[in-house]
Design a protein around this ligand. Structure first.
Ligand code: HEM
Length: 454
């Protein structure tokens, strides 16, 4: 849609990194790219699997405890866990993964127990409240004034308003990164031959500047980059998974088809064979469901602002001078009926991503048209560096979970959906409701799990 990738830059409201200078950003991106190779993605998969397995076990235990502790369950409820707010549960899983990958220490948010046992449990909630508070400020016409006031006392005011949970989170991240930097340095000096923990932090430490061949990051940079990776990789991944499970549990036929694909591709009863590799990547229906879920659940539902650079830009035949903020809105873009040839753009229909002219009538041309209009990871010089990692993570989470567990929408639950009476644009109860706060805030779906029956 935009002509000339170098004529625009993302404005200071961008999600994943604070750099707005084009050359500085390009340099930082080149360095960070060295940490997202096939080798590092493969190495990360081991850590991800460990967390997914533990999460699956917690869900299965919830079902068993529910079964054992309650005598008056109806026939239809027997064997199932109590209703679980999927968004909250998957947030805890993804945060734990990102802590482990980014500095070698899980937040342990997914572990059973109350917030009293672990004050970090409230962090996903607190971040959501923060976004709800700050987002309107970032969109306000007064933004330049706020930016001017920041170093002139406003930062101190915001600092005083910081909730205790966020301070604890910051301290936890700071202490663990410090510990990890020390450990890395000691091991390099004393045991250079020792195989180090191959998480993302390791690859950041090992990264070298391609221009100078010197270490890419100072200790201060390491702190900044690993904190940034937690932010960039947590909400995005868990929002995508919430959307996918909302649409799957709202449509048992699609859920059954996907579960069958996973269980027949990995037939021998154990989910342990599900690893990053060609067999998993070959699950065509799984890939289609993930694409379809992401299409209907953009992680940032409204426009990511881009600032036109000196010289201006022509977009769709119209000239925009330097300084103009331009963008497109992913929520509306992915529901564009023109792109979908009137095939109900708001419906969850993974088949639209699979070429099958004789069966569903979907042609190679229509899939190509969808793909050219589908950019959940953005495109161009600011596109997502973690795309391959995120796709691997989502595939492993979905495949291992559906291999081991049956899942269904809690009977009668409408959490996360929209519905009659909610007003214009929110009447379709089969659509997941997203609240725009730069990232998509959301609730639900409310689901139940049990160990697989067949
Ligand atoms: C489904 C999951 C994900 C989605 C949909 C997603 C989407 C995006 C999008 C749209 C951007 C551009 C943001 C902007 O212009 O402000 C972005 C940037 C970025 N993402 Fe992701 N992301 C995901 C997961 C991850 C993960 C797991 C990581 C790393 C652990 C990651 C690392 C990054 C980084 C480092 C950038 C900044 C790139 C740059 O500034 O050049 N992302 N992501």
């Amino acid at each position: 849609m935009f002509g000339g990738a170098t004529s625009i830059r993302r404005s200071s409201q961008s999600r994943a990194r604070p750099t707005v200078d084009v050359a500085e950003h390009a340099h930082k991106r080149r360095l960070l790219k060295t940490c997202f190779t096939e080798k590092s993605v493969r190495a990360a998969s081991g850590f991800i699997i460990k967390h997914v397995d533990r999460w699956n076990e917690i869900l299965a235990q919830m079902a068993e405890e529910n079964h054992n502790s309650s005598n008056n369950l109806s026939e239809g409820e027997k064997g199932w866990s109590p209703p679980i707010n999927f968004s909250e549960s998957v947030d805890s899983l993804v945060f734990d993964i990102m802590g482990d990958l980014s500095f070698g220490r899980s937040f342990d948010i997914k572990e059973p127990g109350s917030g009293g046992d672990n004050p970090l449990k409230v962090i996903p909630h607190t971040i959501a409240s923060y976004m709800r508070f700050y987002y309107p400020l970032c969109r306000a016409p007064l933004l330049p004034l706020l930016l001017w006031l920041k170093p002139r006392g406003l930062d101190r005011v915001f600092g005083m308003l910081t909730p205790p949970a966020v301070r604890q989170y910051n301290a936890f991240v700071y202490d663990n990164i410090t510990r990890r930097i020390q450990l890395h340095r000691e091991q390099q000096k004393e045991k250079p031959d020792l195989q180090q923990r191959q998480d993302m932090f390791h690859f950041l430490c090992e990264a070298r500047d391609p221009d100078t061949d010197l270490p890419a990051y100072t200790d201060t940079d390491l702190r900044a980059e690993s904190s940034l990776l937690i932010v960039a990789g947590s909400d995005t991944t868990s929002i995508s998974l919430s959307g996918l499970f909302f649409y799957l549990t709202g449509d048992p036929a699609h859920l059954r088809k996907l579960t069958d694909e996973i269980r027949t591709t990995f037939p021998d009863g154990s989910a342990d064979d599900i690893v990053h590799g060609p067999k998993l990547l070959g699950c065509q229906y799984l890939a289609a469901c993930i694409d379809e879920g992401m299409r209907l659940t953009p992680t940032g539902p409204s426009e990511l602002p881009h600032e036109v650079l000196p010289g201006g830009i022509v977009i769709e035949g119209e000239y925009y001078p330097a300084g103009t903020i331009v963008s497109t809105c992913p929520w509306a873009d992915s529901r564009n009926e023109a792109v979908h040839e009137g095939r109900d753009a708001c419906a969850f229909r993974p088949e639209r991503w699979i070429v099958d002219p004789a069966g569903t009538g979907v042609t190679a041309e229509s899939v190509a048209r969808l793909r050219s209009n589908f950019h959940p990871f953005a495109t161009g010089p600011g596109s997502c560096l973690g795309k391959n990692l995120a796709m691997m993570e989502i595939m492993i989470i979905v495949a291992r979970t559906l291999h081991r567990l049956d899942v269904r929408r809690a009977p009668g639950s409408t959490l996360g959906g929209e519905g009659p009476g909610l007003g214009w644009g929110a009447e379709n109860e089969r659509q997941m409701q997203l609240e725009d706060a730069y990232v998509a805030l959301r609730q639900g779906p409310e689901v139940q799990f049990q160990r697989r029956v067949v």
